[in-house]
Design a protein around this ligand. Structure first.
Ligand code: FES
Ligand SMILES: [Fe+2]
Length: 337
């Protein structure tokens, strides 16, 4: 099983958007599932994210069914309250101020916020978050897309996001064109901000909704692009238009279990902020839906031993990503994966 690899527990995984935890006065806990385990996530009293197994220490009630006020999470069954770091701070049946049992505290896991997303690391963090330097650049705005659940493996998603040879087939109703069926030679190299991958230039379709995103007229539009990987399952796609417009997409795939995953993407643009973000990402949503439709028809986990599937020149990035991921997971992944 892919998700049983201990190494994945020591990496950061995007599980939700910060916005789902609600604003002050309307806070809410959120239940998420990561690597086969359920967690509750809420915003604690100091504003930091608290994440812990979604199981009350008293009678195992899912705490995601509870309520949050002032950063404290209240269990719906007997009202035990949990605060910063998952510490149990009140057991109502014992009376005001009574000491709480030492084992009542929740075993919190590492959690942080970045790029409008909540990231969890169930073990001790060994990897870094992917870096998007535009996040700190005032010329760029960020647009979050929400989190979807896809009935496919995070391995198949990451492989897909690194792949450009499906553009002319899967994305015919968005930016695909017959001219994209043959792809440029892929030369892997270090990209900026610690990403590893390749860059290329393409002429993509602009006549099926693309103009709203590219800001350019015409049936096709020229793009300078790059595709980069960050272990275990994030991909960055950068698009540079001749007008000087940049459109940067972070694609996150998170294993809920082996064959179910969260998908979220985040866009950074140096554009005219009068156009609502939702209009800008509508085209990317359609592209994502095309990938989802295809991937959900492909069963199982992608074998991490690249020799078990046939790859060609166009698949170089995926082959390298699988080699690196297999290395991270300990090398002997394929009997199980
Ligand atoms: S089960 Fe949570 S307080 Fe009893
Ligand atoms: Fe795609």
């Amino acid at each position: 099983m892919l998700i049983e690899h201990e190494a994945l527990r020591h990496q950061w995984h995007a599980v939700a958007e910060s916005a789902v935890l609600g604003a002050a006065g309307a806070e809410t806990p959120r239940g998420v599932r990561l690597l086969g385990d359920d967690y509750v996530v809420w915003r604690g009293p100091d504003g930091d994210i608290v994440a812990a197994p979604d199981r009350c220490t008293h009678r195992e009630t899912p705490l995601s069914l509870g309520t949050v006020a002032g950063g404290c999470l209240t269990c719906p069954y007997h009202g035990w309250r949990f605060g910063a770091g998952g510490a149990c701070i009140a057991v109502p049946s014992s009376g005001e101020g009574a000491p709480v049992p030492p084992r009542a505290h929740l075993p919190a896991v590492h959690a942080l916020e970045a790029y409008g997303l909540i990231w969890l690391c169930p073990g001790e963090p060994e990897g870094d978050l992917p870096l998007i330097s535009q996040e700190a650049d005032p010329r760029y705005r960020r647009i979050n897309s929400g989190v979807e659940t896809w009935a496919t493996s995070a391995t198949r998603m990451t492989d897909n996001f690194l792949d450009i040879s499906h553009f002319g087939w899967v994305h015919r109703d968005t930016f695909g064109r017959d001219e994209l069926l043959e792809v440029p030679t892929i030369e892997l190299r270090e990209l900026d901000d610690g990403w590893y991958g390749y860059s290329y230039e393409v002429e993509v379709g602009n006549d099926k909704g693309g103009a709203a995103v590219s800001g350019e007229e015409g049936d096709t539009v020229h793009r300078r692009m790059s595709t980069g990987m960050h272990l275990p399952f994030t991909v960055r796609s950068t698009i540079h238009y001749q007008s000087g417009l940049d459109h940067i997409i972070l694609l996150c795939s998170t294993p809920i279990d082996d064959v179910t995953s969260y998908f979220t993407f985040v866009v950074w643009r140096n554009d005219d902020v009068d156009v609502p973000g939702e209009e800008i990402i509508a085209f990317d949503r359609r592209i994502g839906a095309e990938d989802k439709l295809m991937l959900e028809r492909v069963p199982g986990v992608l074998p991490l031993d690249h020799r078990r599937t046939v790859s060609v020149q166009a698949d170089r990035a995926s082959v390298e990503w699988r080699r690196r991921l297999a290395g991270m997971l300990g090398g002997t992944t394929d009997a199980q994966a």
